[in-house]
Design a protein around this ligand. Structure first.
Ligand code: FAD
Ligand code: NAP
Length: 331
């Protein structure tokens, strides 16, 4: 990994400016989508530059055991991401420690400016900036995050076999996660701040038909309760939004499912987005509304949000970028 510092140079008028760094393929983001795109892009001799951003390795560096990455029965998230970085670098990707602050997609070559002051120009761009789960912002929620509090049922549901679980939220994600969690949990309480779900009707019907799920209307999470040594959840305190009455629900797992924020600020107003900022891609593809710009992983995926799907989309994006460059030539 190198620093993304640009070399100073003297332009035609003699004033010192910053030499733009040009690449055929600029990959923004260093999660599974970005590194997989980099491996495929480098092996296609596109000599990609990958910008790591503020969180080198992406979301998986914030977790411990990952049990659904094919080929590893169990792997620590940070270890997996270090391996992905060295794989991407070993096949010829320039992995740079930098953050893109502006991206101009109005013309090719596309222009990206970074926090280090570097200007990157690129014949094609893969956006792999991911997404972040929304949290309620409670101190106790933060304390038990990773120790009973999670925002990903697919990732962590397996750890709560035979336990009581609480899910917070009333949208599609909350309802899907509540239904999914009944595969493991003995009971699921869905805590929602209103008495009406935002989720699609078909999902609501499945939820109401599932006798392991109990909805708790007009309630919000007040605090997560638990032990300190070991750090573990024992229950939650919830507050009725109208009466203020506090109740306690014993549980071992708390899933916060109040939405995600896709990291698409760089392309707002430039690319088509939907569902609260997810970049729209052509069905079955990673092509965005601008030719030569591709989006992979959680920035465009509101449905699966998994490491393996992000990696698969990264692969697709690199193959599509390669085809685009072959057909369109350099900018
Ligand atoms: P991310 O991993 O989100 O990476 C985004 C990258 O973009 C980061 O490197 C960031 O630094 C970079 N970036 C953002 N903005 C900029 C910018 N302006 N300039 C440059 N770079 C930028 N999935 C599983 O399959 N199994 C699991 O067990 C699992 N457990 C999880 C546990 C937790 C706690 C969390 C939060 C997620 C978990 N997930 C799991 C989900 C999985 O981590 C994500 O689906 C996956 O990481 C998405 O990959 P991505 O490449 O799209 O983006
Ligand atoms: P969402 O639709 O924004 O729903 C968030 C839910 O959390 C809402 O019920 C909201 O309550 C609740 N909430 C938000 N902030 C809260 C807070 N501070 N305290 C308590 N509750 C809070 O998010 P999502 O469910 O993640 O879905 C995001 C998008 O992806 C949607 O467009 C959705 O349709 C889509 N999606 C689709 C699928 C699918 O098609 N299978 C699956 C998942 C997601 P209120 O209802 O009161 O606002």
């Amino acid at each position: 990994m190198q620093n993304g510092c640009a070399t100073p140079w003297f332009g035609s008028k003699g004033a010192m400016t910053t030499r733009p760094v040009h690449t055929r393929l600029l990959i923004i983001g260093s999660g599974p989508a970005g590194y997989s795109a980099a491996i495929y892009g480098a092996r296609a001799m596109l000599e990609p530059i990958l910008i790591q951003g503020l969180e080198p390795g992406g979301q998986l560096t914030t977790t411990t055991e990952v049990e659904n990455w094919p080929g590893d029965i169990e792997v620590q998230g940070p270890d997996l991401m270090v391996r992905m970085e060295s794989h991407a670098a070993s096949v010829g990707t320039r992995v740079l420690s930098d953050i893109i602050s502006e991206l101009d997609l109005s013309d090719r070559p596309f222009v990206a400016k970074s926090d280090s002051g570097t200007h990157y120009t690129a014949d094609s761009v893969i956006l792999a900036t991911g997404a972040t789960a929304k949290w309620l912002g409670l101190e106790s929620e933060t304390r038990y995050r990773g120790f009973g509090v999670s925002a990903c049922a697919t990732c962590d549901g397996f750890f709560f076999r035979g336990e009581d679980i609480v899910v917070i939220g009333g949208g599609n994600t909350a309802v899907e996660e509540a239904i999914f969690l009944t595969r493991f949990a003995s009971s699921v309480t869905l805590v929602h701040r209103r008495d009406e779900l935002r989720a699609d009707r078909i999902l609501q019907n499945r939820l109401f038909a599932n006798d392991r799920i109990t909805p708790l209307w007009f309630h919000v999470l007040e605090s997560v309760e638990g032990t300190v040594d070991p750090l573990a959840v024992t229950g939650v305190r919830v507050r009725h939004v109208k009466t203020g009455t506090i109740s306690e629900i014993p549980c071992k797992g708390v899933f916060i499912a109040i939405g995600h924020t896709p990291a698409s600020q760089l392309v707002r107003g430039q690319l088509e987005t939907h569902m609260g900022g997810y970049v729209v891609t052509r069905p079955g593809s990673t092509e965005t509304s601008i030719p030569g710009v591709f989006a992979a992983g959680d920035i465009s995926d509101y449905q699966y949000r998994q490491a393996v799907t992000a990696a698969g989309m990264g692969c697709m994006a690199a193959l599509e970028a390669e085809r685009f460059l072959a057909e369109s030539g350099p900018a």
